[in-house]
Design a protein around this ligand. Sequence first.
Ligand SMILES: NC(=O)c1ccc[n+]([C@@H]2O[C@H](COP(=O)([O-])OP(=O)(O)OC[C@H]3O[C@@H](n4cnc5c(N)ncnc54)[C@H](OP(=O)(O)O)[C@@H]3O)[C@@H](O)[C@H]2O)c1
Length: 343
Amino acid sequence: MDTERLVQVVLPGIVAPEGLEIRHGAVPRAGRGQVLIAMEASGVSFAEQQMRRGRYYDQPPFPFVPGYDLVGRVRATGEGVDPGLAGQRVAALMKVGGWASHVTVDAADAVPVPDGLTAAEAETVVVNGITAWQLLHRRARVRAGQRILVHGASGGVGSVLVQLARAAGVQVIGTASARHHDALRELGATPVDYRTEDVAARVRELAPGGVDAVFDHVGGRSVIDSWHLLAPGGTLVAYGSASTRDDTGSKQWPVLKILARTWLWNTLPNGRRAHFYNIWAGRALGRDRFRARLRSDLAQVFAAVARGDVTARIAARLPLARAAEALRLAESGTVSGKIVLIP
Ligand SMILES: NC(=O)c1ccc[n+]([C@@H]2O[C@H](COP(=O)([O-])OP(=O)(O)OC[C@H]3O[C@@H](n4cnc5c(N)ncnc54)[C@H](OP(=O)(O)O)[C@@H]3O)[C@@H](O)[C@H]2O)c1
């Protein structure tokens, strides 16, 4: 380990993907309560597309190391941590910091990855899987026989959401570009082309009584249409504002607008509910509870992958040093599945 060097990708400011920098340094030590993880796979998420534009709701000040999640082996344990964890493959949700050859995290934040999953497979469902599981089972609490609308059903979160919903006996209408429609049909969803069709009109045709839940990462005007597509008793879960990625001005405003709308809708006596989901919001419940929930939900998703209910879709594997290319590829919208960075 002494000969090993730390490699990190740094986002120095608002830059094009090619503006990402590579930094070398000494491998950090695991502090008290921490583990040192040697990264095997980290993911490219939509968040990095927003962060490089300075458009992610609560990103840290520049410069910083991006990387929302990672999977790797525990290389060393700090004081107060079970030394038996060494060698174990774990996953960690980080928000930033994952695009690095080595990271330290609190041992309580390292979730074991079951045998039988490769690092890259596991990586595809860390942030995407936790988000999809919690949207479906914690926020909307879907039940077998219900019908839902998933916007961006071809995306990282969306495709896992569709598969988890199908496994739960739920009917799915999913929006995506036409090139992803065959893949969506194979998952058992009814595709709608958001680029060429009037989504609301088409969904009303398919579900005249409305849908039991809508999952909306588009934001802006879409959230209003989504709300009006709900059946009585239905739930809207907004969880992003992808449509405002390239806007200028306040990065918080698009989210605050959705929050204000959901608050207003919930005051109306209409039997429908609206939420804005944030993967980090549960931390307000207390760190231990947040961690326990995250650990249990990710374990459920890993089990779904192991059973074959969810297929890990790896769009490309690129070395960490080619993170710029990976981000450029993610932004091209030409690949489906997760782009994975490897050491
Ligand atoms: N709130 C949270 O805690 C949380 C956590 C994780 C992710 N997110 C959010 O979840 C969203 C998805 O993230 P991801 O990593 O899964 O991104 P992704 O893999 O890039 O997928 C996004 C998908 O959205 C689709 N899309 C783009 N514009 C659309 C529109 N106007 N209508 C319908 N679909 C549209 C694209 O479909 P086509 O390729 O078919 O065109 C793409 O597949 C992002 O907005 C992200 O910020 C939120």
